[in-house]
Design a protein around this ligand. Structure first.
Ligand SMILES: [Zn+2]
Length: 621
């Protein structure tokens, strides 16, 4: 469960952009001044030994953000996975040696080296010169979410048996849980995905508990080692934020299990591959968040995404590469530096204005379930007549059906003028009286008993539940479950396909059938929205409310069109600014925070919304 992590930047009203730069002592001091003028406060350094480049940063007036584990390190594994392991496995799938992860984080010798390296590097810094320590960058069990059966080394086999004894107690309990007939622990090895495929093909309702147990074990050990490293860094450098950078979306294999990392770190730098920005801002609401602007993207996307991440609670952008900011040869601002400074400066101002504010969502909840994500992978990917192993790195956007569907719900809710909170059992479900509240169950096919009981209480206390798949057909260990949620008049099946909604809405601004189906339900169940948007022409807008001390509000309005996460073209790069009218339920004093314009005391404001930048209105009663 959550530890002492806190969102210091957000709570203190700071906006802290960084870039990648490992300076040499003979780099001109001008580089540091130029970066500071753009608004950059620190730089990420991939440490190499014996002499870390990060130690030179203070002389440039910048803080260091060292990647302690180094790169490539124990956790970073992409190149080897793609180029060596997967081809060898495809050539000989039966040989367990083809499924070994080198280096394996369950190997005690590797662990000793990892801790020694991290400790040495932490000690090489003065904590006052450090913006944050990143334990590892792009760390997962596999490469991003590329499916693969890591790891079949002797350390993992022994660790798995130990873990099973902790989980199940004795062999009898394990056999009962798996429907197995083991009479010796030493017979147990992690079930391969090839074997799971045979079982699933023969009977789609067959238990996959034995297969999933090995995946859960690998995940558990991965997180425990990262948590242990985090604790060691906190002992050695108290008060310095501890981060994970290069955080992948959740996946059936590898990636990051967001229910596990929620509340565990002080800072997460996430990629937003599939819309996981919403998971981060919701499940990790006490953690500072950093987004990455990749240098290869369309600059229009950059700018929009920086504002977009900000209204989702992010208080930093990692601007990559450094060459988009500074021309190192001429030591002068690079081509994109002025436009980047053009959003850093107003976002610094808005970060200060939002200090002490908390996001306020509608009483609308989305249940995120890692077991359901894995089960959907089985049903949609393992079922295919093609090799499941070792897909390309951009895998989640195309193949994680559960996430794609969950993101469809997010966009649908926002297009209906509402906002939501993501919940999960493992982060902790709040005790909610369901009256006038709406719960969404995206592909909730595998739920634990606590989830099912909680949903049942939500319904009985007056809540309305929308689902798009059979709820809890399997339990959290992927076993078929006969007794599920009883029928209820407010348990409503939503028939539209939300896996295609993110793409469809990028092709038109007209309301689509899923939105026409959802909006009347939301408006019937939920209390009336405190503000409504009426665009002069159809468009997608996102409204986000922040509150402080009860009655002081800041409303953010941004075009909700350009999303790197969808991988779709931005339909209206050249589309002119949009005219909208905002209607408030009660008259209030309205001020445009960035423009410094007082709109007077009113219940309706007509505004021009920029295609890229967000607008922020202070609403005081
Ligand atoms: Zn191993």
């Amino acid at each position: 469960m959550a530890d002492g992590s806190q969102a210091r930047w957000r709570d203190n009203g700071e906006y802290s952009p960084t870039t990648f730069w490992g300076p040499n002592p003979d780099d001109p001091p001008e580089c540091g001044r130029l970066l500071r003028e753009i608004g950059v406060v620190g730089t990420n350094v991939t440490e190499c030994e014996p002499d870390g480049m990060g130690c030179h940063l203070p002389s440039f007036g910048l803080k260091a953000a060292p990647f302690l584990e180094g790169q490539p390190g124990v956790f970073f594994f992409g190149q080897r996975h793609d180029e060596e392991v997967v081809p060898a496995f495809r050539a000989d799938r039966g040989d367990p040696a083809r499924r070994v992860r080198i280096p394996c984080f369950n190997d005690p010798a590797v662990q000793r080296e990892l801790f020694a390296r991290v400790e040495r590097r932490v000690r090489s810094y003065d904590p006052n010169d450090v913006l944050y320590f990143s334990i590892t960058n792009e760390g997962t069990i596999t490469h991003c979410c590329s499916p693969f059966d890591y790891c079949s080394c002797p350390h993992c086999a022994a660790g798995f048996r130990e873990w099973l004894q902790e989980q199940y107690g004795g062999l009898d309990a394990l056999n009962a849980a798996w429907g197995g007939s083991y009479d010796d622990w030493d017979q147990i090895e992690g079930m391969t995905t090839d074997r799971a495929k045979e079982i699933f093909t023969a009977d789609p309702d067959a238990s996959l508990a034995e297969w999933f147990a090995f995946r859960r074990f690998m995940d558990d050990r991965f997180h425990r080692i990262l948590f242990a490293l985090r604790d060691r860094i906190r002992e050695l450098a108290p008060g310095v934020p501890v981060a994970l950078t290069g955080v992948w979306p959740p996946g059936a294999f590898g990636g990051q299990d967001w229910e596990r990392i929620a509340g565990q770190y002080d800072l997460l730098e996430c990629y937003d591959e599939v819309g996981e920005m919403e998971l981060a801002r919701s499940l990790c609401s006490r953690t500072d968040l950093m987004h990455t602007i990749p240098g290869r993207a369309d600059p229009t996307h950059w700018d929009h995404t920086a504002w977009f991440a900000f209204i989702h609670g992010y208080r930093s952008e990692l601007i990559d590469p450094f060459s988009s900011l500074i021309d190192r040869k001429t030591v002068s601002p690079a081509e994109h530096a002025p436009r980047i400074a053009g959003w850093i400066q107003p976002l610094k101002k808005m970060a200060a204005a939002l200090a002490g504010f908390r996001r306020q969502d509608d009483p609308l909840f989305v249940l995120h379930s890692h077991a359901s994500l894995v089960r959907k992978w089985v049903e949609t990917e393992l079922a295919l007549d093609q090799d499941w192993a070792g897909r390309e790195w951009s895998y989640p956007r195309k193949h994680e059906t559960y996430l794609i569907n969950e993101m469809g719900w997010y966009r649908l809710i926002e297009d209906a003028g509402r906002q939501f909170e993501v919940l999960s059992t493992r982060v902790g479900l709040p005790d909610i009286d369901g009256a006038s509240k709406l719960l969404i169950l995206p592909m909730a096919v595998a739920l634990c008993d606590d989830d099912v009981a909680w949903i049942d209480r939500f319904l009985r206390s007056g809540g309305t539940v929308l689902h798009d798949s059979e709820v809890g057909r399997f339990d959290e260990e992927l076993r078929f479950r006969p007794g599920r949620l009883p029928d209820h008049e407010r348990l409503i099946r939503f028939e539209h396909d939300l896996t295609v909604y993110p793409r469809q809405r990028c092709e038109t601004f007209e309301p689509l059938p899923p939105l026409e189906g959802f909006r009347p339900i939301a408006d019937r169940v939920l209390p009336p929205a405190w503000v409504r948007i009426e665009p002069a022409k159809p468009g997608h807008f996102e409204l986000t409310t922040f509150v402080r001390d009860g009655d002081e509000r800041i409303l953010a309005i941004q075009r909700n069109d350009a999303r790197l996460a969808t991988g779709q073209p931005f339909p209206d790069n050249e589309r002119p600014p949009a005219e909208v009218t905002l209607r408030f339920r009660e008259p209030a004093r309205i001020t445009d925070v960035l423009a410094g314009r007082d709109c007077g005391v009113t219940d309706a404001v007509t505004l021009t919304i920029d295609p890229i930048r967000a607008t922020f209105l202070r609403v005081s009663s």
